[in-house]
Structure formats: C-alpha cells, structure tokens
Design a protein around this ligand. Sequence first.
Ligand code: HEC
Length: 265
Amino acid sequence: MKISLFSIIILFFYTSSAFTAEGGPCKDYGECDKFKYSLNDYESLQRGASTYINYCYGCHSLQYSRWGRIAKDLQIPEDVFFENLVFDKTIKPGDLMVGAMPDNSENWFGVAPPDLTLVSRYKGDDWIYSYLRAYYEDASKQYGVNNLVYPGTAMPNVLLSLQGNQRLVCKNVSLVADNGGEKRDEFGNTIFKEKCGFLEVDEGSGELTKEEFDKVIYDLTNFLVYVGEPSKAVRERIGWYVVFYFLIFTALASLLYREYHKDYH
Ligand code: HEC
C-alpha cells in the first residue's frame, strides 16, 4: 500500500516535470525570458505608464485602478499627468480606468481584449516580457503576424513600428560534442547544422534598436507588475523593517537573558 502511494507521488512529479519541459508557459519560444521588476524605479514606471496609455489602453482597460492613484503612486504631479496622459477631458482623478473600447469589440478580433489589471498575476511577468517581444512575420495570419509565446494570438503587433519587422530565420549552428566542445569531423572542421526558429529583426525597419525596444518592454512590464499589486513595493519595504526589528529585538532579548542568567550563579 505504502509503495503504491509512493509510486503515485513519483509518477506525479515525473509527469509534471515532463509537462513543463515540453509545453512550458512560453510555448514555441522555449524558456520565458527572466524578468526582474524594480518598483522603486519611478522613471521606469512612468515611461511604462505612458507607453501603456498610448499603445494599449485603446483596447485594454485597467478597470481596478484609478487615474489619480496611478499619478500619485508614480509621483507624477496630477496636472502634468492629466495634461499629457488623459485624453478624455471629462475624466476625474477618482474614476476607474474602464477603457475606451465599445462592448462589441470581440466582433473585431474574435476575442475581446481582456482587462490587464491583474495580467501580471495570472500570466506572470516573465510571460508578458517574452510575449511582447516574440511577434514575427507570418503571412498566413489575419494581421500578418504570429507569436512564439502565444501562437495564433488574436492581438495584432501594435508595437511593430517601434520594433521593426521581426522574422523567423534559420541559422547554421555548430553542434555540441559529448565533451561540451564543438563537434568536428575527422579533418578537424567544425560541423554545422541548419537550425530554424530564431527571431531576427530586419535591420533599420523599426524606430528603435533592439536594446531600446527591450527597454520599452521592460518599462511596460514593470508598470503592469505595479498595476497588478499597487502596494507591492510598500509591502516589501515593510517586510524588511519587520526582519530588521526581529534582529534588533533578538539581540536585546539575548542581552537581557544573559543579564538575568547571572543571578542564578
Ligand atoms: C488593437 C487592440 C489591441 C491593442 C492596441 C493591444 N492589444 Fe493586447 N490583446 C488584444 C486582444 C484581442 C487580445 C486577446 C488575444 C487572444 O486571446 O487571442 C490581447 C491580449 C493581450 C495579452 C494577453 C492577455 C491574456 O489574458 O491572455 C496581453 C498581456 C496584452 N494583450 C498586452 C498588451 C499590451 C501591453 C499592449 C500595448 C503595447 C496591447 N496589448 C495592445 C488586443 C489589443
């Protein structure tokens, strides 16, 4: 009985690890790129908010956040914020960011663009960071693009003008030998094999370089992490205070303990 339970557990771990190895969250992209947020970098968050409102808000609402809260948290003076980032002049600071999309938008895309307030919580920041950089040219699709992280996505590549035209290309890569070095034939020449599925942007087709574009997506993802949990930065800061408090308290308590202990002898 015990053995069969044990084997079920082993089987469970085996299958779950096999599952992640083959069809991970980033699908054809392979491993998602790692993303490390920096919620105290207000300039990054401000740039991310600006990109979001200019390029994404037209389709995706942020219905659990309020305009004024974002201005305040991101340390943007309210008048500057409203002047530059709020295009509908009837909006007030206390209003929710319910979006600019009419209700029948799923007729246009086949899928209604989802609200993105909590997307960093359910998809993960690594996923978003990879997704927005994994569009490629694919003439067979409705918008002429497809995505390695979300194959067949109904979302057009809205940042194409910034990134440029990204394509899937094949490259000759050297094979890795059993000892970890390059594989060679008997004459000592490196053996190459054609591998496909690499993303490459046509030189000069976008407004930004690869590094600049990655930075835009970094800031945008950083902003979505903030929006998913606006008090995350405060919560993490308080966490450190608590740890610090315990350290001090433990030190004081142990000094006190030593003091009292003297009386026993
Ligand atoms: C023209 C409308 C449109 C614009 C603009 C747009 N999106 Fe989308 N987006 C969509 C649609 C439609 C989907 C649903 C795709 C699907 O499920 O196939 C989507 C899906 C997504 C998803 C996946 C959400 C999920 O739950 O699966 C993310 C993340 C996302 N968009 C981020 C962005 C960001 C960031 C921007 C701005 C750079 C942006 N989108 C701009 C239409 C748009």
